[in-house]
Design a protein around this ligand. Structure first.
Ligand code: CA2
Length: 146
């Protein structure tokens, strides 16, 4: 069985490719998912990519990854990155390593984006490379396999 990597996306990321291309690029979440599927095949990984605008869905999916014994979670929690103690606690409650990703570089943006509640409980963080943040994260997930 191939190791499973859950790729979870938070609020408003369903709108990717429709607005603010100067910040988030022109890729859609579907096109990123297609590229990740091809990459996962090459790496012999199973991926499951999801998006929700609801905090509790992300919490439930983190628990699900824990119960499934996933190799890793790649998480772009969107704006919940900066606010969600619930997602922070969910990550701490499972033993699956979380790779935090962002399309943009939040540290180069408004002050309210400079704090991440995910970073302190993540294995590592990748930001600022557009869709490339996700492909770098999938390579990092593959490297966690032993
Ligand atoms: O850079 C990232 O990936 C973010 O996680 C994106 C979040 C933002 O709140 C974080 O600070 C950084 C926002 C996602 C909104 O995505 C949109 C995409 C296109 C049009 C409108 C929103």
């Amino acid at each position: 069985m191939k190791p499973l990597v859950l790729i979870l996306n938070g609020p408003n990321l369903n709108l990717l490719g429709t607005r603010e291309p100067e910040i988030y690029g022109r890729d859609t979440l579907d096109s990123i998912g297609a590229a990740l599927s091809a990459q996962a095949d090459a790496l012999s990984l199973e991926i499951d990519m999801r998006q929700s605008n609801h905090e509790g869905h992300l919490v439930d999916w983190i628990h699900e990854a824990g119960a499934a014994g996933a190799l890793a979670i790649i998480l772009n929690a969107g704006a919940y990155t900066h606010t969600s103690i619930a997602i922070h606690d969910a990550i701490k409650a499972v033993s699956v390593p979380v790779i935090e990703v962002h399309l943009s570089n939040p540290h180069a943006r408004e002050a309210f984006r400079h704090k991440s509640l995910i970073a302190p409980v993540a294995k590592g963080s990748i930001c600022g490379f557009g869709a490339g943040s996700y492909t770098l994260a999938l390579d990092a997930a593959a490297a966690l396999r032993h």
